[in-house]
Design a protein around this ligand. Structure first.
Ligand code: CA
Length: 226
């Protein structure tokens, strides 16, 4: 695959180039937004890694310009460590996913694989699991016909579960996916938020959609009834 990196930090570009080339990808790079847009609209590019903070055109504007010409091109946005606002606005601006720096290379490869698997389909702005439905752009959720009011953290947590149905997810995995920085207080914040989420998405008298797996973490099972 031909991957375009738009990033002005040379160290990160080199790191990405080395790793991606080692995994059989071709890499082109731009250290500013204008060049990035020009390269991205070239049909030979299959995937874009876009840093959100760039000199000149910033990442959001770059993304808007790419989307105007190639709406189906997968774009993974790289965001700063503690910038939740940027993450949300990256998705709102039409990024397919985001990754918080610093990240493990394996995580990057996994995201690239996941995004290119669904690249041929129209970009999913909505996720559905049984009668559970979320809209990623308007940040709304529904269980059956009942609207579910979620905080942004609860929403991110639910989105993460819905993207990994039937998989056991450890507290650490959940923490690093949904919380953008490490909490000193340990991982029980995950348990607390899962309790909130269960209260909102589960139906009384039915087993929870999120099962606690003792000693391992949690598993989300899509509802089967409608
Ligand atoms: Ca940068």
């Amino acid at each position: 695959m031909r991957i375009l990196i738009i990033e002005d930090e040379l160290g990160i570009v080199r790191f990405l180039e080395r790793g991606l080339t080692a995994h059989g990808h071709q890499v082109v790079s731009a250290d500013n937004g204008d060049d990035g847009v020009l390269l991205a609209v070239d049909e030979t590019v299959d995937f874009v890694l876009l840093d959100i903070s760039l000199p000149g055109l910033d990442g959001h504007e770059v993304l808007r310009r790419i989307r105007a010409v190639r709406p189906g091109l997968p774009v993974l946005m790289l965001t700063a460590r503690d910038d939740l606002r940027n993450k949300v606005s990256a998705l709102d601006a039409g990024a397919d996913d985001y990754l918080t720096k610093p990240f493990a290379f394996e995580e990057l490869l996994a995201r690239i694989r996941a995004l290119t698997r669904r690249a041929d389909q129209p970009r999913a702005a909505q996720l559905e699991a049984g009668d559970l439905w979320v809209d990623l752009l308007s940040r709304r959720a529904r269980r059956g016909s009942r609207p579910v009011e979620l905080s942004s953290r609860e929403f991110a947590l639910l989105e993460y579960f819905m993207r990994h149905p039937g998989q056991v997810l450890s507290r650490q995995q959940i923490l690093s996916a949904v919380w953008e920085y490490a909490f000193d207080g340990g991982s029980n914040v995950v348990d607390v938020y899962i309790r909130y989420l269960r209260r909102k998405i589960d139906r009384g008298g039915e087993p929870s959609l999120i099962t606690t797996i003792r000693g391992a973490g949690y598993r989300f099972d899509p509802p089967t009834s409608t």
